[in-house]
Design a protein around this ligand. Sequence first.
Ligand SMILES: C[S@@+](CC[C@H](N)C(=O)[O-])C[C@H]1O[C@@H](n2cnc3c(N)ncnc32)[C@H](O)[C@@H]1O
Length: 185
Amino acid sequence: MESCIETLFFRRFRRLAVSYARGETLEVGVGTGKNIPYYPSDLEVTAIDFSPGMIQKAAQKKERLGADNIRLLEMDVERLAFPDNTFDTSISTFVFCTVPDPVCGLAELRRVLKPGGKAIFLEHMKSSNPLINLCLYVMNLYSQRFLGTSMIRETQKNIAASGLKILQVHHLILDVVRLIVAEKA
Ligand SMILES: C[S@@+](CC[C@H](N)C(=O)[O-])C[C@H]1O[C@@H](n2cnc3c(N)ncnc32)[C@H](O)[C@@H]1O
């Protein structure tokens, strides 16, 4: 069963993130495949995750939806097995809060994007508001330990640090959940 927040907000945000995808598309950290329903059937998508359990769940979803355009691979975003300049678009949703070395993973994304290729991020991150951050720090005590997810990652700064050029930032829930469009210049 899907969580309330998934139904109320995230489905809409996922549809929005996926709407930016063009050409050869790479999704990193596909998880259980929550974005799979939103990809048009004529878009070629390679979706990776380093967890075999997640890939298995995503494969079941792909099968159920008959999404033959999605190719699933077990792979670490910090060591992508694709040549430079392979993809037109990359998509990640709620991934760079968990990747052990996020700047390394983001630099790998940049490497496999074609020049002018777009990287689309739907991610939660640290806020610019100290009061909100206080709440996030408290939540992080639980999330980091039990879910392996950081509530206080500075993902927008990490994206810039990887060498990707940030083109658009949309604040979707306060400035905690953001849709970021970046480019390999
Ligand atoms: C919070 S889940 C989000 C899953 C999915 N993107 C979604 O929106 O529901 C984060 C996912 O990123 C994957 N992940 C974390 N670090 C990774 C890495 N270094 N390489 C590939 N996948 C990774 C995890 O296995 C997990 O499936």
